[in-house]
Write a protein that binds this ligand. Sequence first.
Ligand SMILES: Cc1cc2nc3c(=O)[nH]c(=O)nc-3n(C[C@H](O)[C@H](O)[C@H](O)COP(=O)(O)OP(=O)(O)OC[C@H]3O[C@@H](n4cnc5c(N)ncnc54)[C@H](O)[C@@H]3O)c2cc1C
Length: 449
Amino acid sequence: MLVNEERIFLCKPGRETPGPVLYWMSREQRVRDNWGLLYARILAGTTRPLVVGFCLVQGFLGATLRHYDFMLRGLAQVAEGLGALGIPFVLRLGEPGQEIPRLASELGAGVVVTDFDPLRVKQVWQEQVIQGLSVPLIEVDGHNVVPARRVSDKQEYGARTIRPKIHRLASEFLEEYPELTPPAVPGPEVGLPDWEAVRRALDVDATVGPVDLAAGEDAAHAALAAFVGGRLARYAEDRNDPTKDGTSRLSAYFHFGQLAPQRAALVAAGPGEGSLAFLEESVVRRELAENFCLHNPRYDSLEGAPDWALKTLDAHRGDPRPYLYTPEQFELAATHSRLWNAAQTQLRLSGYMHGYMRMFWAKKILEWSATPEEAHATVVRLNDRYQLDGRDPNGYVGALWSVAGLHDRPWKQRPVYGSIRYMNENGCRRKFKVDAYIATWERAALEAG
Ligand SMILES: Cc1cc2nc3c(=O)[nH]c(=O)nc-3n(C[C@H](O)[C@H](O)[C@H](O)COP(=O)(O)OP(=O)(O)OC[C@H]3O[C@@H](n4cnc5c(N)ncnc54)[C@H](O)[C@@H]3O)c2cc1C
């Protein structure tokens, strides 16, 4: 078997029929290094065609034109890459629960393969697709080096408990990908999607506009090569400085499945400090977030936080706030703090806030909101709306880590925070040139009008 069986999960058992194999592409929007697509190709064998279907849903978790634009640019490359291999790509607009069973029945598909995704909305789609399908549905984990269903069957306490499990299994799963070969039997002629028509049909919030970042697999591989060939060596030292371009900037490519995290791990692996730090973030921390969302259905609510954190936040509910802002004031970057406003401006204008600033940004929202519930909701909403890599398990975990101690431990008691870890501007000043960061984003705000 070319795809490790532990990546494969049978969602709907049943008897396969001899019809084409349908790969319902969802989270893994790429042709290369895609375990789900490879598995679908294996099932097609020498006797069946392979068809790739993608269902475009309007208004996904508050996604805006920024996100749809980036995704569609990437999908256009997917369609071409598949076309070059003789694999038809079918794009459907609508709800997967209707569209995927309909497509499967139009094709006379004998089996459907899809991607693993721990988010609730995706699990609901899968359930709906299962209801409508008369053939088996098979899920493949192409997002994690160690498959999320394999690494642990429960919610892990933190990095220290999942790290040894991942390290123990990594050598089994961190393997080179086989080549995707053209199917032996050609699929139906479907032509390329009319991308202009798709864009015209979009009914999404266009007030958050596209960002200037090259999309798609080729751009993702180029970004990975540039990082590994340059900044990786200094990643361990530079990654916490928001004025340095020290991190990989791969999160949007991972989020949209334009790059396999496993490819990044294969290319970046090595004995240096930079490599080790990068693998800790891109494999251990990222897969800890997948574990949390898979096992905690309240991952996007304050209720998903650990008990000690909920208790301490509750005990400090009545503490006077040093400043008090509404969600709208946060969104408009209208606080008293030039540093906080600069971070929000970076997010709004560029679709990317530096990781260190994400922590500071979210913790100050906790400190300056009326309640912890309102603070958490504001963090999630702004993150999902503006961050190009938003609506990701990493984002939901980042929000709960910052606001409510998830995967962290109790710290010294303070007003409002209780024993949640605290951050302030002086801490930032010790780490990096805060005034340079503020100047960059104040200038950008002026230029943007
Ligand atoms: C409040 C808050 C919100 C966040 N929202 C998101 C989000 O919506 N989407 C998102 O992908 N990440 C999110 N993160 C995690 C992290 O900040 C980003 O992944 C990272 O800054 C992206 O930049 P990069 O690709 O250059 O990171 P690098 O430093 O180059 O890291 C490489 C990869 O490791 C992973 N990673 C890095 N830091 C973390 C972390 N703390 N937890 C889990 N995985 C990590 C990411 O996949 C990242 O692309 C959030 C963190 C916080 C505190």
